[in-house]
Design a protein around this ligand. Structure first.
Ligand code: MTE
Ligand code: MO
Length: 425
């Protein structure tokens, strides 16, 4: 699995926004420099068309080190994890989903963080320019397990279908992140009373190679940013952040769709209004303010930003389709999580929802880590069964058996996970 090369002197190194304007001023000459030769007929190349040589295999294997993933697309690179590979309490690199909206920056591929600076500006008393060493020396280092879940996880289960990556269950994971609290950094800058929202920026490259286009720039209400659970991370599972997951710095803001967890983070702009960066407006990561019938066209002014993700669970063992002996107790297990915080209960059914059995549910390792659940099932006789899992949040709200309320872009689908089991004598 490859992506087009982003090799240019301008994208090498951790220059952040210094690449901005590069393509605009030099136009296709820049494409020529990426190819390492001139393009004699460059004026005939329609705008937006990338030379095919740049879109082809450059020898870099972007999925190296990933195992068993289902690739939904390679430009941008998107890959999800089959449910049975999500069994670990701490999601390892090899099984963490990948969601790119653009291209991995070259300095991330090179693991080159030299000169990397995180700017904190906007509605703050003292704007900050922090190197990674500054973050490490000036603030308390924290390590916690935090769920990241793509807002579009489960999109494939909406009827009628909605556009976007057709994630099933696997755009979810719970690695262990190390960094500093976002709240500590914002407080060091001194958040003004006028602060309303954060706006996040990274240095990944737009699919068009247009330096003037942001790939994605989302934010969260300032109260959420100051809660103390969110981390500016430089490490995942004890290692420097991998290229695909945001090297050298990323935000991890649990509870919200992972699109707010900016990778390749180089700026946090504190805003005096709801952030209006790329993929904050229109239908992006927005849902209707009220329930709508499937297929409804919702006026833009009635769409609101998706914030807390709903309660959800996944069955990670056994693998769907497993054959078991009848009348023999077998462990079924998985994880449950919720954008509001702790999950209250998990129930499972082996008779298509007629009866439910409460699973044993562990406390989370820390707030916003997913919670392990286990149950023992006994299949009474040979034949076909399904296990359905249903988590319930602290307000008594449970996962729906069918698709939850439809929305135009297919976000926040927390339909119950089902696996097949076969009892054979
Ligand atoms: N800079 C940057 N940050 C980003 C994105 C991106 O495309 N670029 N994608 C976002 C989305 S939509 C998701 S779901 C998560 C995915 O994180 P992962 O690829 O580490 O699993 O990163 C978020 N942060
Ligand atoms: Mo996402």
């Amino acid at each position: 699995m490859t992506q087009p090369s982003t090799h240019t002197p301008e994208t090498a190194g951790a220059k952040g926004q210094s690449r901005r304007g590069f393509l605009k001023t030099t136009g296709l000459t820049a494409l020529g420099s990426m190819l390492g030769m001139t393009i004699p007929f460059e004026r005939n190349l329609p705008a937006g068309i990338i030379p095919v040589a740049l879109a082809q295999d450059t020898g870099a294997d972007f999925m190296a080190g990933k195992e068993g993933m289902v690739v939904l697309g390679d430009r941008p690179l998107n890959a999800e994890t089959p449910a049975h590979l999500l069994d670990d309490d701490i999601t390892p690199y090899k099984h963490l989903f990948v969601r790119m909206n653009g291209l991995v920056p070259q300095n991330a591929l090179d693991q080159d963080a030299e000169g990397w600076v995180l700017t904190v500006d906007g509605e703050v008393e003292t704007p900050l320019e922090l190197t990674i060493e500054d973050l490490q020396s000036r603030f308390e280092t924290v390590t916690s397990r935090l769920v990241i879940e793509c807002g579009g996880n489960g999109r494939a289960f909406f009827q009628p279908g909605t556009s976007g990556n057709q994630w099933t269950m696997g755009a979810i994971g719970c690695p262990e992140w190390t960094g500093v609290r976002l709240a500590d950094v914002l407080n060091a800058a001194g958040v003004k009373d006028s602060a309303v929202y954060t706006g996040h920026y990274g240095n990944d490259v737009h699919l068009s190679f247009d330096e003037d286009k942001e790939v994605i720039s989302r934010g969260v209400p300032i109260e959420k940013a100051l809660e103390g659970d969110a981390i500016i991370a430089w490490a995942m599972n004890g290692e420097p952040l991998p290229a695909l997951h945001g090297f050298p710095l990323r935000l991890v803001i649990p509870g919200y769709p992972a699109s707010v967890s900016q990778k390749y983070l180089n700026r946090i702009w504190v805003r005096d209004k709801e952030h209006d960066g790329e993929k904050m407006s229109g239908d992006s990561y927005r849902i209707p303010a009220y329930p709508v019938a499937p297929g409804t066209e919702v006026p833009p002014e009635d769409m609101v930003v998706l914030t807390e993700m709903p309660v959800k669970s996944v069955i990670t063992f056994p693998r769907t389709g497993t054959e078991l002996a009848p009348e023999t107790p077998t462990e079924v297990r998985g994880h449950a999580w919720c954008g509001k915080g702790d999950v209250a209960a998990v129930h499972i059914s082996t008779d298509f929802g007629q009866t439910w059995q409460e699973a044993v549910l562990d406390a989370p390792h820390n707030r916003f880590a997913w919670q392990r659940w286990r149950a023992e099932v006994t299949l009474p006789q040979h034949g076909y069964y399904e296990v359905w899992a249903r988590a319930t949040d602290q307000d008594g709200i449970s996962q729906p058996p069918l698709s939850p309320v439809w929305n135009p872009r297919g976000y926040a689908n927390n339909i119950q996970h089902r696996i097949a089991l076969v009892a054979s004598a």
